[in-house]
Design a protein around this ligand. Structure first.
Ligand code: HEC
Ligand code: HEC
Length: 157
């Protein structure tokens, strides 16, 4: 019994040492700034959950805190050059906390720090002036983890 406990403790120590070494290597690479702007065209994988890859330890360049894809109302293509805004209140009320420009492919992404602690209400403004509001708060910026998966794609006219 005693021997078994000691063996287990040694195994646990060995395991945590391995995990620690591994995560240190990944963290050592550090994040890099990668923020979408109107007109940019260096993004890809429209509609996919960007944070599957753009995360700490992932292969994507930059760990995104907010990212996703905006489509036209017919969902036939990305809607270029709109603007994503995150408010503290519904329907554009409260404080506008963050703004992310949508690129020319309909993708938006940012590596800047986002405080989701109180929950934030997203909206998307199209170049036409149309605004679409999400009626509930989010606590994650991985927009395409829901949109295009458990709910429809994000759209704006
Ligand atoms: C399957 C993994 C994967 C997914 C999903 C993914 N990316 Fe990437 N991304 C990468 C990798 C790997 C690179 C670096 C190599 C390259 O450019 O292809 C990259 C590079 C980029 C770059 C180029 C950075 C630069 O400075 O040139 C942008 C912008 C980008 N991704 C945005 C996005 C957006 C926005 C999404 C979601 C709509 C997304 N990515 C989804 C893996 C991914
Ligand atoms: C946890 C799942 C989830 C996440 C994460 C999420 N959404 Fe939503 N979104 C929904 C659901 C469900 C609806 C429809 C009901 C509603 O409005 O609350 C919706 C509706 C919307 C709408 C209104 C309809 C439309 O498509 O124009 C917009 C705009 C929107 N979301 C934008 C965003 C943006 C931008 C992000 C990321 C910053 C995001 N959402 C993250 C689940 C999510």
């Amino acid at each position: 019994m005693k021997n078994k406990l000691i063996t287990m403790a040694m195994l646990a120590a060995l395991f945590s040492a391995m995990v620690f070494t591994q995560s240190c290597e990944k963290e050592g690479e550090g994040n890099e700034t990668n923020i979408s702007r109107h007109g940019d065209d260096d993004s890809h994988n429209m509609g996919q959950n960007c944070m599957n890859c753009h995360k700490n330890g992932g292969q994507g360049e930059g760990w995104f805190n907010v990212a996703g894809t905006v489509y036209n109302a017919a969902f036939t293509s990305g809607q270029p050059n709109g603007t994503v805004k995150l408010y503290t209140g519904p329907d554009g009320t409260g404080t506008l906390k963050y703004t992310v420009e949508v690129d020319s492919k309909g993708n938006f992404y940012t590596t800047e720090d986002i405080d989701f602690s109180g929950g934030l209400y997203p909206s998307v403004t199209g170049t036409s002036g149309d605004v679409q509001y999400m009626g509930t708060t989010i606590t994650t910026g991985a927009c395409n983890s829901c949109h295009n998966v458990s709910t429809s794609k994000i759209y704006v006219n």
